[in-house]
Design a protein around this ligand. Structure first.
Ligand SMILES: NC(=O)C1=CN([C@@H]2O[C@H](COP(=O)(O)OP(=O)(O)OC[C@H]3O[C@@H](n4cnc5c(N)ncnc54)[C@H](OP(=O)(O)O)[C@@H]3O)[C@@H](O)[C@H]2O)C=CC1
Ligand SMILES: O=C(CO)COP(=O)(O)O
Length: 335
């Protein structure tokens, strides 16, 4: 069994360690010489994990053909905006049928589609097995040091989901299966927008009460949007919905939360939007969801709308909070 891992970043490294612990043959594919050299020569990934040594048989290459050669699975652990291009490169050199596992949480850069749909649009049914998404509340910083974590292997095909479940499960990573691909992928993407909002609250100096309200009302937005898109309501109360929302809205590890905090502290997003180099999927996801909501007249997503106006219209977070709090009073309708 061989797994090709796309990416040499934090999540790629965390999951490489899981697979290595599980005795799986793997090869990482990266574009960054320094990261590849760190992994192969110094047996670490200094850019992401300063004090952590990784095993010597975790290896990386810049050669995509070498990485996917003989692979039974290809694990997608690069930010969503780069995924389509890399998949198109793979299609040109793929020699055997493979299962593609998506572990990214966002939308296609060109088409705004979910990543599973992107994968299916690039490959034919003869080239790939059913797609699986491996998603849930899982900061790489914890997985890489083997801290207890649970995620979900979500696929339209139960048997393929189970093959990914057994590939990754071990004593510190418990993998469930799920079949609501739409709900799981939308939840995992949408939570990043709410996590940015959570950071903004923190940056503005608000506390636990505000965060609890945000998570609850953010979940409401996620479910309502998901139902519009054909998701199952129950999925949003599982690991890929509420679970991921809690971890990303509350953890110092979250780059979406940290981005929001920086924006809240500055009471504006202009510096962040110009200077950010980290993977903060919530920024683009916010725009994708915001623009899509325009297709559903009367549908309201006040948190996403407020974050959109902060990120893309130059509005001040402090003013947005006032607007949100001063809206017309109403019953707490859930869905
Ligand atoms: N980090 C986490 O805890 C988790 C992340 N995720 C998701 O995983 C995805 C990846 O995020 P994450 O690992 O955190 O991101 P990182 O920023 O940590 O790493 C991204 C990696 O992808 C590399 N990369 C960029 N473009 C390409 C390309 N064209 N081909 C190959 N590699 C490329 C980057 O190289 P370079 O350094 O040169 O830019 C970097 O090594 C995101 O969708 C994220 O939401 C999901 C769960 C947990
Ligand atoms: O998806 C994640 C945890 O489940 C990672 O969150 P960040 O992308 O905000 O760091």
């Amino acid at each position: 069994m061989k797994v090709a891992i796309l990416g040499t970043g934090s999540w790629a490294t965390g999951l490489a360690r899981v697979l290595n612990d599980n005795g799986v043959d793997l090869l990482m594919y990266g574009v960054d010489d320094r990261e590849i050299e760190d992994i192969n020569v110094r047996h670490c990934n200094y850019k992401y994990f300063k004090n952590i040594k990784i095993e010597e048989n975790i290896r990386a290459t810049k050669d995509l053909a070498e990485a996917i050669d003989g692979a039974d699975f290809i694990l997608v652990t690069i930010p969503s905006q780069f995924i389509r291009t890399v998949l198109e490169d793979i299609k040109k050199i793929l020699k055997k049928k493979v299962t593609i596992i998506n572990a990214a949480k966002g939308f296609d850069m060109n088409t705004n589609s979910r990543i599973s749909d992107t994968i299916r649009s690039v490959f034919t049914e003869d080239e790939i097995n059913p797609v699986v998404s491996l998603i849930g509340p899982s900061h790489a910083e914890e997985v890489v040091v083997r801290m207890l974590t649970s995620v979900c292997a979500v696929s339209q095909d139960q048997k393929t989901a189970e093959s990914v479940q057994s590939l990754f499960s071990n004593e510190y990573l418990r993998v469930y299966t799920g079949n609501d691909e739409v709900g799981a992928e939308l939840g995992a993407a949408y939570k990043n927008v709410i996590a940015v909002a959570s950071g903004v609250l923190k940056g503005l100096g608000y506390g636990d009460n505000a965060r609890a309200a945000l998570i609850t009302r953010g979940l409401k937005e996620m479910v309502s949007y998901g139902l519009l898109k054909g998701a199952k309501e129950e999925t949003f109360f599982g690991l890929t919905g509420l679970g991921d929302l809690i971890v990303t809205c509350s953890s110092v590890h979250s780059r979406n939360f940290q981005a929001g905090k920086e924006i809240g502290e500055a009471d504006g997003a202009s510096d962040f939007m110009v200077g950010n180099t980290k993977t903060v999927e919530g920024v683009r996801t916010c725009k994708v969801i915001h623009d899509d909501i325009a297709n559903y007249p009367g549908f309201e997503a006040p948190i996403t709308q407020a974050i959109y106006e902060v990120l893309y219209c130059g509005d001040k977070p402090s003013e947005k909070i006032k607007e949100l709090m001063n809206r017309e009073l109403k019953p707490e309708r859930l869905y």
